[in-house]
Design a protein around this ligand. Structure first.
Ligand code: MSP
Length: 508
């Protein structure tokens, strides 16, 4: 059985989850569910990033002991997962013992391979980004200094261990030139490659001016730089340092889904750390874009942070999942606007998909004693539309395999429009008076097409699809994308249909 290991970034616990972090988690859930439907063995990992100065400062601001603060904040992220409709396999916290062991082992391995040395760091650091910046990257405004991300930076001077990143430049270039699909989308691949070609400097990987972190082995004056600790989570969860464990062998290397802001850490530092520890680099890194809110950057100071609980309670879980992944090509930036959500939901989910479900199953209930006969004595029109479902399926697979979730959804919704046209043309309501046998064929084909579309939508809007499956009595645990073309050979006594996607009233 092939395996699929997918990870979200682990989220900083200095603040509560918001729509940006929820987006990454839902993206991974969609891809994990899709690969599960293909019959693969899935491992979907998420968790929280709990060390570092940024988190420590947030705890100090609340006047709480740091450990109590991170316990409380991490729980918010954990509790949110089922609310987002996500099914994970593990939730990792960087303060767990298993992770401290794994991180120290990784450090030792890189140290033994002579890739770490002790020196002094003097330069710019941004606590908000938890990142070091070079002089040439810094922007000066009114006597204050900022990183390219807009975060304030401070000058730090301390003893520090360094990782010999500069020695990995050629290996990284060679690796990426031989693996052009290792970073997606393509524009991000090009960005990383040109950054590496621009020259890599050794990287400071320990701090001494605070102690909220994992102690460096054999020198407890230092704590590890939060990013080396954080990145190691992907290994901890699959039982590193036991590289002979069944889990590790099955799942490494994995696929990391991240936001574009943390690409450098994942696509430059991480593969170098891994290679320096004699491990394979990740299979793929996909960097998605950022959401704005009604055209504005989302930020705490602007007071426009979108709470996932509020927005899902207002519009519905699958409505939001659908909107996030249909509205904007996965990989691009997108704007979150209430008007666009309403328009998307009404046009696609209510009018197209929902209406099709409602009219076919209500008709079956009213005119066929709730029985779909599953008579497939097909004419040319029926064959044509069934054949189109297979073309839609093939395109969908191709898009989903390449993480083009928006394109996959577009195909399915175009096909749903075709099904609606087929029903309009076949007029089962007229056939009821003239040719009942033919009417039953049309209803059998329509129900089968609804089932097929629903299977394709299942990874994206699972709870609504389960409602459709419950009407046509499909056991969700038996669904496999490989059986897509199999026609049912028994009658189905359906459950009563009910509206699944109510229309949203739009205020002018
Ligand atoms: N802790 C690090 C990741 C360590 S992974 C080894 C981190 N955490 S974070 O909580 O700040 O961000 C997590 C993710 O949320 C990032 O992928 C980031 O891109 C994403 N987003 C934060 N705000 C976002 C938007 N407004 N829109 C889309 N995604 C955004 O970075």
């Amino acid at each position: 059985m092939s395996s699929f290991f997918i990870t979200t970034p682990i989220y900083y616990v200095n603040d509560k989850p918001h729509i940006g972090t929820s987006y990454t988690t839902i993206a991974c859930d969609i891809l994990a569910r899709y690969h599960k439907l293909k019959g693969e063995d899935i491992f979907f990992l998420t968790g929280t990033d709990e060390h570092g100065q940024k988190v420590e400062k947030a705890a100090i601001n609340e006047s709480i002991k740091t450990i109590s603060f991170v316990d409380k904040m991490s729980q918010y992220f954990k509790d949110l997962i089922p609310f987002l409709g996500c099914e994970i396999n593990d939730f990792i916290r960087t303060t767990e013992k298993r992770h401290i062991t794994a991180s120290q082992h990784l450090w030792n391995k890189i140290f033994e391979n002579n890739q770490i040395y002790l020196s002094n760091y003097e330069g710019w650091y941004s606590v908000r980004d938890e990142a070091f910046y070079t002089e040439s990257e810094i922007i000066k405004k009114n006597n204050n200094f900022f990183a390219p991300s807009g975060s304030p930076v401070e000058w730090v001077k301390e003893e520090s261990y360094f990782f010999k990143l500069s020695e990995w430049q050629d290996r990284l270039i060679e690796y990426y030139e031989n693996n052009p699909t290792a970073i997606s989308p393509k524009s991000r691949y090009n960005e990383v490659l040109s950054f590496i070609k621009g020259g890599l400097k050794d990287l400071s990987i320990s701090r001494t001016t605070f102690n909220w972190g994992i102690p460096v082995p054999n020198n407890a004056k230092h704590v590890m730089y939060v990013w080396i600790d954080a990145l190691c989570n992907y290994l901890t969860a699959i039982e590193y340092p036991d590289t002979n464990s069944a889990k590790f062998k099955k799942f490494w290397p994995g696929i990391h889904i991240i936001g574009k802001d943390i690409l450098r850490f994942h696509a430059v530092y991480w593969p170098a750390f891994l290679m320096a520890a004699d491990l394979d680099p990740p299979k793929n890194i996909f960097a998605h874009g950022w959401w704005t809110n009604e055209g504005q950057k989302i930020s705490k100071s602007l007071g426009n942070v979108i709470d996932p609980y509020d927005i899902i309670n207002e519009y519905g879980l699958d409505q939001i999942r659908y909107f996030l992944f249909r509205e904007v090509p996965f990989g691009n930036d997108g704007d979150f606007s209430k008007k666009s959500i309403s328009q998307r939901v009404n046009a696609d989910l209510s009018n197209n998909y929902g209406n099709l479900i409602q009219r076919i199953f209500s008709f079956v209930k009213k005119n066929c004693d709730s029985v779909i006969s599953n008579n497939f004595t097909l004419n040319k029109e029926d064959e044509k539309i069934l054949n189109e479902s297979i073309i839609c399926y093939q395109k969908y697979i191709n898009h989903m395999d390449n993480m083009n979730i928006d394109k996959a959804l577009k195909e399915v919704f175009q096909f749903l429009s075709e099904i609606n046209i087929y029903v309009d043309k076949q007029e089962p309501w007229s056939l009821k008076k003239t040719d009942k046998k033919r009417m039953n064929v049309v209803l059998s084909v329509s129900a089968e097409l609804i089932k097929r579309s629903t299977i394709l939508l299942y990874p994206i809007i699972p709870s609504s699809c389960e409602k459709v499956f419950s009407i046509i009595k499909i056991d969700k645990t038996n669904i496999n994308l490989n059986d897509f073309e199999k026609l049912p050979n028994q009658k189905i006594l359906i459950n009563d249909p009910f509206p699944i996607f109510p229309r949203i009233e739009i205020d002018d």
